[in-house]
Design a protein around this ligand. Structure first.
Ligand code: SF4
Length: 272
């Protein structure tokens, strides 16, 4: 028997996937939806998740499972200060102190904070499951983010792509049902943010933006990395970057168009 489970990011696409799934728009109804909380989503995501939990309970008698392996922001600070020995694995941008050459640290956070907690939870609630179809909310316009699971017992499925549904179709669907549209889910401190997303955090969640500044300033001397680390791809302090964004300089530049809401490497798990 195959079990059908949604990996819920609580963003636009995976929430639309959940609601369509519960309404029976696909061949089977999913039995579980699991949200793995990194502890560092924008407040708007948590607020929406609270509403969504109530809504699916009342409408479909369905419970969303929330799991967590820790707070990625606190873990990052603890690693830099030496309180913790294990890195949180955020893919910071790096700049060589002498040559100025830029790079990026290998990402481990998606596996640690998103993928493995979901798998552990599936094992806990379905200990005998041999085959799991894990539905991911990747839309047709982001199909380059599709990736298969690296374990045999899980097959990733992409129902929005099967139906050629784009992000805009998901948004239209929320409006058609007169439901609130989710904000984009992602860690506040994720280096994959576009400039547009950084500006959104700055304007809508000042506390979250302050926390991002704190981490950005803390990681210049990241343990084990000789280069300076930054949250922004230009390898400039986010505090300075935002000033340019506010002035509209970066928004007006063509470069912005090259970077969608998230840069593509979040493995189809974060940010959907
Ligand atoms: S959203 Fe970014 S920082 Fe958070 S787990 Fe995913 S890749 Fe890592």
């Amino acid at each position: 028997m195959e079990h059908h489970i949604i990996s819920l990011g609580a963003g636009t696409q995976s929430t639309d996937l959940l609601l369509r799934g519960l309404r029976g728009e696909f061949d089977v109804i999913p039995s579980h939806a699991i949200f793995s909380d990194t502890g560092n989503e924008p407040k708007g995501v948590y607020k929406y998740l609270e509403w969504l939990q109530r809504f699916v309970q009342e409408e479909f008698h369905f419970t969303i499972d929330v799991v967590s392996t820790g707070n990625i922001f606190k873990d990052a600070l603890a690693y830099v200060t030496g309180e913790s020995k294990s890195s949180e694995g955020i893919p910071y941008y790096t700049k060589n102190r002498v040559t100025g050459k830029k790079g990026i640290i290998r990402r481990q956070c998606t596996g640690d904070y998103k993928i493995r907690p979901v798998r552990r939870h599936i094992r806990k609630v379905l200990p005998k499951a041999k085959r799991v179809s894990l539905w991911l909310g990747i839309s047709y316009d982001e199909m380059q983010r599709m990736k298969q699971a690296n374990v045999k017992w899980i097959t990733h499925r992409f129902p929005l792509i099967e139906k050629r549904l784009r992000r805009i179709d998901c948004i239209t669907n929320f409006r058609a049902y007169q439901l609130p549209v989710p904000v984009r889910s992602s860690c506040v401190v994720c280096p994959y943010h576009s400039d547009r997303y950084w500006l959104w955090i700055y304007e809508n969640e000042p506390d979250s933006f302050e926390a991002a500044i704190t981490l950005d300033e803390t990681i210049r001397n990241y343990p084990g990395i000789n280069d300076e680390c930054y949250l922004h791809r230009t390898c400039r302090p986010i505090k300075e970057v935002i000033v340019d964004l506010i002035k509209g300089k970066a928004l007006a530049s063509k470069q912005l168009d090259m970077f969608p809401e998230l840069i593509e490497e979040c493995e189809g798990v974060c940010g959907v």
